[in-house]
Design a protein around this ligand. Structure first.
Ligand code: ASP
Ligand code: MG
Length: 457
């Protein structure tokens, strides 16, 4: 998650409005007054960082929080390697890679805990056993199934650890295995949520638990099928899990705690003068994501948008910073938002006999895109030619060119950059674009897209 976000045009935040300590029923802890927090892997990747999470949660004393935590640091990647080794029948390697993951968690537990260490170790060991039991078998099912059974352990370990730690410093919380709540189909690695069943579990299990605890701590990214097989929701899925809970619990807000100051108007790794954006709306985030900004996935936005729940992005390293709020209100005066996509390919398809490239051709091309799983980032239709710009997935581009060549003359141009600026003006445009290098330009009053041979930063 953090890699995802760090790549960002950082998006960010404003102080969480105190949504009052009274609702229409005049009660603090009624349903609808819960907040959802999500802490990513980077926020729990060391003993100090876990203590820091404790301090943040402590500062919300008295509030009802559902806290979703990712696997520690790069654990998900490490568990992917374990699965790969297992699936290629390298048992020794799989076990030794897994031993490293175990070691890391046990070590962290020892550094954080004293009295409750045995209980925590016991719980961690149950999850170790769950994975090892499977690793000792030979693979007979598909890769994705094993992936989910192994990779889900990362979030179970991190949340068990953090839960014991918080309880040990007086932050009473209840740990939950989210696989008892989030029911999914068996589309392993990209499982779809059964909303009806999951909602009933939220109503029966989660909401009543808030009458005995202020804090529920659970996993993002994972779920289970009706046959109790573990599933995952796709990499970076815990923001989405948090949003699903926010939606189902009618939460007052969702906060994603990141290691960035706020959402920015451009990727700080690409551009020098980036500025923070403290307020955004759902539409803008979806537009940004569409043009390729690594912000918040539209999948996460939808459950929040449907219930009008604000999403805060806050910095766990400096919680007093304003961060960013994303809501459903309309906004005036957004700064220019800049998204640069490198490694773009332009494909030009022209009719051979000078016939128009009409609906018939275009619909044929779109079915090719669908079949080959390529997504054009920009298209332009002229009288006798059709242009499209896409990411350089070489194998797919080759197939596309080959298939299209039965109907058209095909030209492929590689090594291009696609610059998108929302809320642009002439100053920013001139600053960013060298007129000579422009191959294609498309604009609406809100958004301009420019395809270039080289990029001026
Ligand atoms: N741990 C998972 C991942 O790294 C899910 C998440 O952090 O959102 O993809
Ligand atoms: Mg992560």
């Amino acid at each position: 998650m953090d890699e995802y976000f760090d790549a960002l045009p950082g998006l960010f935040m404003r102080n969480i409005p105190t949504f009052a300590n009274s609702n229409s029923k005049g009660l603090i802890s009624e349903e609808g007054f819960m907040k959802i927090f999500k802490f990513g892997g980077a926020s729990v990747n060391s003993v100090e960082r876990i203590r820091n999470v404790g301090e943040i949660i402590q500062s919300y004393k008295g509030e009802k929080l559902l806290v979703v935590i990712s696997a520690m640091g790069k654990t998900t990647n490490a568990l992917e390697k374990v699965t790969e080794a297992f699936f290629s029948q390298k048992l020794e390697e799989a076990l030794s890679l897994f031993a490293k993951v175990k070691q890391q968690h046990l070590e962290t537990a020892r550094q954080l805990l004293t009295d409750s260490l045995p209980a925590c170790e016991q719980q961690l060991k149950e999850f170790f056993t769950e994975a090892e039991w499977l690793l000792h078998d030979s693979p007979v099912r598909e890769y994705d199934y094993y992936y989910d059974q192994v990779v889900c352990i990362g979030e179970l370990l991190s949340t068990a650890l953090v839960s014991h730690y918080l309880n040990s410093i007086g932050i009473a919380n209840q740990w939950m295995d989210v696989r008892d709540i989030i029911r999914t189909d068996d589309n392993f690695r990209d499982a779809g949520i059964d909303w009806t069943y999951t909602q009933s579990k939220v109503n029966e299990v989660i909401i009543p638990s808030f009458s005995v605890t202020n804090i529920i701590l659970t996993q993002g990214f994972i779920g289970a099928t009706d046959e109790n097989e573990s599933t995952t929701l796709g990499r970076e899925g815990s923001d989405y899990s948090a949003a699903v809970f926010a939606n189902m619990m009618d939460a007052v807000s969702q906060t994603i705690w990141k290691d960035v100051e706020s959402v920015m108007n451009a990727d700080p790794k690409e551009f020098a003068d980036v500025q923070p954006i403290h307020e955004l709306n759902y539409n803008e985030v979806i537009e940004m994501a569409y043009y390729g900004a690594q912000v918040i996935h539209p999948k996460t936005i939808k459950p929040l948008q449907n219930k009008g729940i604000p999403l805060y992005v806050k910095c766990f390293l400096q919680p007093s910073l304003e961060g960013t709020v994303i809501h459903g209100k309309s906004l005036k005066q957004l700064p220019p938002i800049i998204v640069l996509k490198q490694n773009q390919v332009m494909i030009e398809m022209s009719s051979r006999d000078f016939s128009f490239v009409g609906e018939h051709h275009v619909s044929h091309l779109y079915s090719l895109f669908e079949k080959l799983k390529v997504k054009p980032n920009l298209t332009q239709n002229g009288a006798i030619s059709f242009l499209c710009v896409m990411d350089d997935h070489t194998d797919r581009i080759e197939k596309l060119a080959l298939e299209a060549s039965s109907l058209f003359d095909v030209k492929v141009l590689k090594g291009l950059s696609l610059l998108t600026i929302r809320h642009y003006d002439t100053t920013i445009l001139e600053k960013m674009v060298n007129a000579k290098s422009i191959l294609l330009r498309q604009q609406t009053p809100e958004t301009i897209q420019v395809l270039m041979t080289s990029v001026t930063k």
